[in-house]
Design a protein around this ligand. Structure first.
Ligand code: 5GP
Ligand code: ZN
Length: 138
């Protein structure tokens, strides 16, 4: 399988690594949305959130919190966003799960927020009922 993030983990492709432990790696995004934009990934190849097991999820989030706090101390952003995209429709381009840590500054012009018009193609109650049914099956 040809995965650029696996190549980074295995040292076959270069990356600006900022943190590593047994289960995770954090490195700078090659095309940063803002200074300090960092990606956190599991060393195990996982496509996206649908394939993520609990232990790997915990390891990735532990590393994300640690790196986010380090970015705050190092760069002193005014805020920070975590972004994680799944499948093409969700904007996923690299199919090895990753969490974006994106530092924010007032006036940085970055737009991650949804546009103001609220879409109601499904009533909130109906969506909630479907989710409640499925979450109980886990
Ligand atoms: P996605 O849209 O899948 O959530 O984000 C993929 C991210 O990976 C993008 O922000 C992109 O800039 C970054 N990226 C893609 N290829 C490479 C690479 O080879 N090295 C690094 N460091 N980042 C990459
Ligand atoms: Zn991979």
């Amino acid at each position: 399988m040809d995965c650029i993030f696996c190549a980074i983990i295995e040292g076959r492709a270069p990356a600006e690594v900022v943190f590593e432990d047994e289960e995770t790696l954090a490195f700078m995004d090659i095309n940063p949305a803002n200074p300090g934009h960092t990606l956190v990934i599991p060393k195990r190849h996982v496509r996206n959130i649908y394939d993520l097991d609990e232990q790997t999820a915990a390891a990735v989030m532990r590393a994300t919190v640690r790196v986010a706090q380090a970015i705050k101390r190092a760069l002193q952003p005014a805020g920070m966003n975590l972004v994680q995209s799944n499948e093409r429709a969700g904007g996923q381009e690299i199919f090895h799960i990753h969490i974006h840590i994106i530092p924010r500054w007032y006036g940085d012009g970055l737009r991650l927020a949804r546009p103001p018009e609220v879409r109601r193609t499904m009533p909130i109650k109906e969506a909630a009922a479907g989710i409640r049914r499925e979450v109980a099956r886990k």
